[in-house]
Design a protein around this ligand. Structure first.
Ligand code: NAP
Length: 497
């Protein structure tokens, strides 16, 4: 097919230069609302590009770990201002590339700027301890140092805010970075890199390589200069990365979820249905913390399902750029195929599809990856739709007879990312908080959403159990501790008085 020259071609950033890939090939990023619309053309990088990026980061490390932390902070602050100055353009590009609504994109770009500012300040507070010593001639203290080269690999669903929450703490603590974004959303990822580059990052401190993981991930995971890999994406890819990375490389994996909302019999059912719709269908169900199970007490099941289906049917589905759209398309053809396959699986397993679940193909819908948000009832705990991550707008309603069984059901999956409860009963809130096997637990709030200054991560198959993202806790991943025993030479006085 002839190349459309009106479409802009973007490059990798390696050692401070925007360069084409060594292999010379490119790929296109397309709009999921109109799949024939090309948003941009990007480098289909190969291992040689990724290796060059790692080596540039390795070279730059000695210089970047030294500057005053306030200089590093200034660059992050300047990049935040640049992101905010371009917010409207970047939000439109994000929606055109990923499909989420423009309002969600604006919030995401804004959050990314705030994240850069947050870590600009947090980076100034990295400290160590001083420790009492039995030997009065020895001063014992700890200091925390950057690791070196960090590989950052990210998904398409939060294509600028997830990279920001990894790259900002990495840079603020004096590390250098190689960043590979998801191939579905390279443009908005590039905007973050561009802002940091324009803000004055020295050459090689942040390197950017686009292209498929199959062609680029090797050096990002196994090059001896890489001291840490921070990855957000599917549990399947996370497991592969965990097996590949060597002993001396630190790994942070933020993976999938199968997040429950428990609705008790004393819940305000209108509020509960709003929480389910927000958690389950916002971002077209493509949030790692999205509500994919509602665990409901028997006596309020029918009343709750009636409210949930009513609210679900009222959602306006369309192009994320169009005013009034509440649910955009799925992000790509793979996502559409996966969601449709789980809609089939659920029905074959015997669950009842009581709302939505049709692929939309009429008129303009036919050009994109649209599916109606779906609600299944009659879901048994052993069914695949109750246990596997679908990562789409599908809620499985599971009926239980007692509260403790609701918590048991909530914990009966391999994942443990986010969980929420809707109730007015403080005792059952406490029991839920204590017994829920999830990294994030919420009371009368949706399973989605997290605060920039609070730690974020999962339990079980949702995360590596070592380091958290977000908040001050995130800095730990990018720092190593050194213990110093600082003695003195014997003091020899020149006279005895
Ligand atoms: P994915 O297929 O795992 O891809 C994520 C990123 O990893 C992409 O950049 C991808 O590159 C790359 N990748 C894929 N396989 C890899 C491998 N074997 N080695 C190294 N890199 C690899 O996930 P996705 O479909 O983009 O994102 C959806 C998943 O992310 C869901 O499971 C969701 O729950 C999870 N997620 C988790 C969180 C969290 O904080 N826990 C947040 C958001 C999303 P390509 O360009 O080749 O695709």
């Amino acid at each position: 097919m002839p190349v459309d020259t009106a479409v802009q071609t973007y490059h990798n950033l390696i050692n401070g230069e925007w360069v084409p890939s060594a292999g010379g090939a490119t790929f296109e990023s397309c709009n999921p609302a109109r799949s024939s619309e090309v948003v941009g053309r990007f480098q289909a990088s190969v291992e040689a590009d990724a290796r060059a990026a790692v080596e540039a980061a390795q070279q730059a490390f000695a210089g970047w770990r030294r500057p005053a932390p306030s200089r590093r902070a200034e660059i992050l602050l300047q990049a935040a201002d640049l992101l905010e100055a371009g917010l409207e353009q970047y939000a439109q590009e994000l929606t055109a590339e990923e499909g989420k609504t423009l309002a969600s994109s604006r919030m995401e770009v804004k959050r990314s700027a705030q994240t850069l500012r947050y870590y600009a300040t947090e980076g100034l507070n990295v400290s160590g301890d001083t420790l009492p010593s039995d030997d009065p001639t020895v001063f014992v203290y700890t200091k925390r140092e950057p690791l070196g080269v960090i590989s950052v690999i990210t998904p398409w669903n939060f294509p600028i805010s997830i990279p920001a929450r990894k790259i900002a703490p990495a840079l603020a603590t004096g590390n250098t970075v190689v960043f590979k974004p998801a191939s579905d959303t390279p443009l908005i990822a590039l905007r973050l890199v561009e802002a940091l580059h324009k803000a004055g990052l020295p050459a090689g401190v942040l390197n950017f390589v686009t292209g498929s993981a199959a062609d680029t991930a090797g050096p990002l995971l196994t090059h001896p200069a890489v001291r840490a890999v921070t990855f957000t994406g599917s549990t399947r890819a996370g497991e592969q990365i965990h097996r590949t990375v060597g002993l001396s490389t630190r790994v942070q994996l933020e993976l999938g979820g199968k997040n429950p909302l428990l609705v008790l019999e004393d819940a305000d059912l209108d509020h509960a249905a709003e929480l389910a719709v927000k958690g389950g269908f916002e971002l077209t169900g493509q949030a790692c913390t999205g509500t994919s199970r509602v665990i409901i007490m028997d006596e309020v099941h029918d009343a709750f399902v009636a409210k949930l289906t009513e609210k679900t049917k009222a959602l306006r589905i369309g192009d994320g750029l169009a005013p009034g759209t509440e649910i955009g398309p799925l992000a790509n053809a793979r996502q559409l195929e996966t969601v449709l396959s789980y809609l089939d699986i659920g029905q074959q397993e015997g669950a009842q599809l009581v709302s939505g679940g049709r692929q939309l193909t009429d008129g303009e819908y036919g050009q994109g990856y649209y599916v109606e948000p779906a609600v299944f009832t009659g879901v048994k705990r052993e069914m695949r739709i109750a246990r596997e991550e679908i990562f789409g707008p599908v809620i499985a309603v599971i009926r239980v007879k007692c509260f403790k069984d609701a918590v048991r059901a909530a914990n009966e999956v391999d994942y443990g990312l986010s969980a929420a409860i809707c109730t007015a009963d403080p005792d059952r809130m406490s029991y839920f908080i204590d017994h829920m096997e999830a990294g994030v637990v919420k009371v009368n709030r949706p399973t989605t959403g997290n605060s920039m200054n609070a730690p974020f991560g999962g339990m079980k198959m949702s995360s590596t159990a070592t380091y958290r993202e977000s908040g001050r806790a995130a800095l730990e991943f990018y720092l190593q501790e050194k213990t110093v025993y600082h003695g003195s030479q014997p003091i020899r006085f020149c006279c005895s008085n």
